[in-house]
Design a binder for this molecule. Structure first.
Ligand code: SAM
Length: 275
């Protein structure tokens, strides 16, 4: 009889996934870390019982956190990834040879170590790339104390539970704004609005108080059950909906993102037009 992984993220809804092999099941200082090989999603990373990333659909998430923003930024050199310990977002950014510094702040060294070992298909060894500087601390503290300024800040954060809670406080967004360059963009993972509308709404409430321009990018990541996922974008100078993609010589290979997807991603249904 094959093992089953069950996710109970949403009240009254569970996701059951058949497991071929359990590669990791251990507790770090911060969370339970599980890595499974599954027939339906390939290899998956689970933290405290919640799916973080799967081989099957990670592109729909990590590509949409990176490409819509980086492609309208004139000369992004320094990028900050909050969370992102699986290396998927870093891998997308490394496709742009003009980026020379990626600071990645993940609270859990174990996640980074295990992702380097088990998720090479997703991160292509991005976590070992010399452009990527790893910091193992609460990103809330890092952001509050760093003197660095960034062109792009990507909050590849988990749900607002456990260690992730500090990354959803109003002061978190204020601190992000303090370290974002004037022409910069910040992108925040903001839940699946059909089932986590209050989470998405709260993010929008805070960013609308702090940044001059804000909006939502929608993407579909089947393993984050509940319909599309909202990625809230913020900037003080750039309106992502109206910005043109900057023509560059480098050819970027993606499996989900393209120009049509980029344009359509800014369209929101009425129930999300509350900002
Ligand atoms: N794609 C996932 C999602 O949408 O939920 C997020 C994936 S990423 C692996 C989440 C990372 O955030 C984990 O590696 C976790 O260790 C890290 N993390 C959680 N709380 C954190 C905090 N306060 N500071 C820095 N990293 C944190």
């Amino acid at each position: 009889m094959k093992a089953i992984f069950r996710e109970f993220l949403h009240e009254g809804l569970k996701q059951e996934i058949t497991v071929d092999k359990t590669l990791v099941d251990k507790k770090s200082r911060y969370q339970r870390i599980q890595i499974f090989d599954t027939p339906i999603y390939g290899r998956i990373l689970v933290l405290d019982g919640i799916i973080q990333i799967t081989e099957k659909d990670e592109a729909a998430y990590s590509e949409m956190l990176v490409h819509p923003a980086i492609q309208v930024l004139k000369n992004p050199k320094k990028i900050l990834i909050i969370g992102g310990g699986d290396g998927a977002v870093a891998e997308e950014i490394l496709k742009y040879n003009f980026v020379n510094k990626i600071d990645l702040v993940d609270i859990d060294k174990e996640v980074v170590k295990l992702s380097s070992l088990h998720f090479k298909k997703i991160n292509k060894n991005s976590l070992r790339n010399k452009k990527v500087n790893l910091f193992f601390q609460d990103a809330f503290d890092f952001i509050a104390c760093t003197k660095n300024k960034y062109d792009l800040i990507i909050a590849d954060r988990p749900d607002p539970v456990g260690a992730g809670k500090s990354l959803f406080k109003e002061s978190f967004y204020k601190n992000v704004n303090n370290i974002l360059r004037d022409e910069g963009i910040a992108i925040f993972q903001s839940g699946v609005p059909f089932l986590q509308k209050s989470e998405t709404k709260e993010v929008l409430k805070y960013v609308n108080k702090i940044f001059k321009k804000n909006g939502i990018i929608l993407t579909v990541v089947p393993s984050y059950i509940g319909g599309y996922m909202a990625l809230v974008w913020s900037s003080n100078k750039i309106d992502m909906r109206r910005s043109k993609v900057i023509k560059r010589k480098i050819k970027i290979k993606t499996s989900y993102y393209n120009e049509d997807i980029r344009k359509s991603a800014f369209s929101s249904p009425n129930f999300l037009k509350f900002f």
